[in-house]
Write a protein that binds this ligand. Sequence first.
Ligand code: GTP
Ligand code: MG
Ligand code: ZN
Length: 298
Amino acid sequence: MNYRKGIVIRFHSNTLTVRDLETHTNLECYMPGKFKIQKIRPIVGDYVEYYIEENNEFGVIKNILPRKNELYRPKVANVDQVVLVTSLKDPKVDYIVVDKFLVLVEKEKLEVVIVVNKIDLLISPEEKKELEEFINIYESLYPVIPTSKITKENIDRIQDVLKEKVTTLAGLSGVGKTSLLNMLDPDLKLREGEVSPKLGRGRHTTTFAQLLPLKFGGFVVDTPGFADLALIGIDKNEIKHYFPEFMPFQPYCAFSDCSHISEPDCAVKIAVENEEISYMRYKNYCAIYKEVEQQTNR
Ligand SMILES: Nc1nc2c(ncn2[C@@H]2O[C@H](COP(=O)(O)OP(=O)(O)OP(=O)(O)O)[C@@H](O)[C@H]2O)c(=O)[nH]1
Ligand SMILES: [Mg+2]
Ligand SMILES: [Zn+2]
């Protein structure tokens, strides 16, 4: 039997859509009962071996190949990177939301690229300064790409980032994730939402996860936006490891298990005072630490 290789891009009630890795065409496949018995269920992003039944236009899943990784929200396998989309106006995304998200991404050991969208809305000197500050804080840690749907700034750079990779888009509702994809590949014709003026945030326009094949190669998951992020399954003592800028200073703290919160002779706190670590990031670290601590004590 000659098996073909494909990637699961979508689910239906009884079948799943598999995109063949060689022909780049889609085929509806079903799973033989044994997968359910073994409790293995393919998820979007899974690489599968399948065959086409004789006289049948359907495919049959033969084997699910081992996963490189598995994201839970959205449920996707084999993700190469996460693109975190954010904005400084309409909606004004709080830095702590960005930092919470980065903690989760670091925990999963995923590559991340930060996109600051809607920069066309930043007109006043204060707004422009805020963008500058944002870039200053984050670009030493992660790639940061400022973009706009209106001016089309840096859209080519986003394309380079997404090309030939499996990417999950993430970010608060209304920051323009879907808009960015429509700009990159108008054939996708995804539904964009309006930011509700009352709430100053979007309306969760995108509601289900599927892998979208990009015309220039690669796949992207256009995740529904979230309103806030819950830090579930995280220990307060591991959070410091997800702030990469703390690493060079950590060995010089007086206590080897220093949490950098209230211990004396903390090299991280000294680095914050000397402006070698961003005060904003440190403040958010403390807030995230306390939030997780409260959760666990409840
Ligand atoms: N001014 C401006 N508006 C934008 C930009 N990008 C997107 N928008 C608008 O912002 C609104 C929300 O955009 P979406 O692309 O639906 O946002 P989303 O992140 O996909 O939202 P969810 O699907 O709810 O998570 C739409 O009205 C877009 O037209 C931009 O760069 N500048
Ligand atoms: Mg969307
Ligand atoms: Zn310390």
